[in-house]
Ligand binder design. Structure first.
Ligand code: SAM
Length: 367
């Protein structure tokens, strides 16, 4: 299967989860029931997962991308996304209708009486996150800014009829590189209430992470929120990469020349909050949330091993994060692993997906 086809499959994964109960509330108690649904939450990986991971990493490390090609892929990556959107227009990613289920702040921000709210999406693509928000928005004082470094993506986004005539609120899109050293001119420092980052951070080179986080921090108001969702370590999409795709540890080039990184919890915590210690803190929060769900009867107990998996930071943190002290820019409101077993019932295929989901809040004492 080509990487593009792989990606298509991962896109359809999002379709399956649309309009379903939020993050972590469908639990598989009886293995015999497995084929009765399209998706289950927090399903531990199969017993032989360690061997599957080792074999995949070995295969990938044995045949990494040669250095001269790395330069080619990492140089002006936006053009590869331009090609991607020229080939796929708005037919690839489905609308992310689940976004407001996962992040209730988005529901509040789009209510009629919410008052002035500014939301910025970085790496918006063709608008699969902003248009569902705009379509259901009843807040006349909502301002949506959508940025992507692919000119082609922004062109397609602007051709959406909702862009020219939003039912209420305003939307403005533009070309901007999240890793540049200035903010987009439409967004003043400390002016955004919410920044949405959905499957964009994984497209950056690890060398670009620090600047990207600094930019997001700079555009947010004190106490403003980052709503984050992206690929997690050893997701099925990572393990499927064959030889000739590995750029750096956990960082790959797809067949269409777009890049993708697979994150671990402690990496995200270090990047946004500056310390590993917050990982344990944050992980404990996630565990509590899951247990609260049990208390009100909506779910059933997690396996102990699953909880442990959430609360122990992975030692394989990218070296770039350990090379110098990180500033404590944000606090963590949510940081968790969303593990889902997705089933293709027709083909009787099980897919173990791993996503990271987080809410980071800009420290109020920061300007
Ligand atoms: C996987 S797509 C996700 C698109 C959109 N967020 C969604 O949910 O459908 C990743 C997007 O990030 C954009 N992107 C990657 N690196 C970027 C950067 N440095 N600055 C701005 N956009 C970037 C790509 O052009 C692409 O549109």
């Amino acid at each position: 299967m080509t990487a593009v086809a792989n990606q298509k499959q991962s896109s359809s994964v999002h379709d399956i989860t649309d309009d379903k109960p939020p993050f972590g509330s469908r639990f598989l108690t009886d293995e015999a029931e497995v084929w009765t649904q399209n998706a289950w939450d927090h399903v531990p990986a199969p017993d032989d997962q360690d061997e599957i991971i080792s074999a995949a990493l070995q295969r990938q490390r044995n045949n990494p991308v040669p250095e001269e090609s790395q330069i080619h892929y990492n140089n002006r990556p936006a053009r590869h996304w331009d090609t991607f959107y020229r080939n796929n227009a708005n037919n690839f990613f489905k609308d992310r209708k689940w976004l407001h289920n996962e992040f209730r702040e988005l529901v509040r921000a789009t209510e009629a009486n919410a008052g002035p709210v500014t939301i910025v999406e970085v790496g918006c693509g063709v608008g699969n996150s902003v248009f569902p928000l705009l379509a259901t928005n009843t807040n006349p004082e909502l301002t949506l800014h959508a940025f992507d470094y692919s000119q082609q993506a922004i062109k397609v986004l602007k051709s959406n009829p909702l862009y020219a005539a939003p039912p209420t609120g305003t939307i403005e899109a533009g070309v901007w590189d999240l890793t540049s050293d200035t903010l987009p001119e439409q967004v003043a420092p400390s002016s955004a209430d919410i920044v949405i980052m959905v499957f964009v951070f994984s497209a950056l080179h690890p060398n670009e992470w620090t600047q990207a986080v600094a930019n997001v921090h700079r555009m947010l108001k004190p106490d403003g929120l980052v709503l984050f969702r992206d690929y997690g370590r050893y997701d099925m999409a990572q393990l499927r990469f064959k030889g000739g795709r590995l750029l750096d540890e956990n960082f790959y080039i797809r067949g269409d020349k777009t890049r993708v990184y697979f994150f671990e919890l402690d990496e995200l915590a270090l990047l946004f909050t500056g310390s590993r210690a917050e990982v344990q803190q944050a992980a404990a929060t996630v565990v509590t949330e899951v247990m609260d769900e049990q208390a009100d009867g909506t779910s059933i107990p997690l396996a102990a091993s699953d909880l442990e998996e959430i609360s122990v930071p992975d030692p394989q943190t990218h070296p770039i994060l350990l090379s110098s002290p990180r500033p404590a820019l944000f606090t963590t409101q949510q940081l968790g692993v969303d593990r889902r077993l997705l089933l293709n019932r027709k083909r009787q295929v099980k897919m173990y997906r791993v996503w990271m989901q987080a809410k980071f809040q800009k420290r109020s004492n920061e300007g």
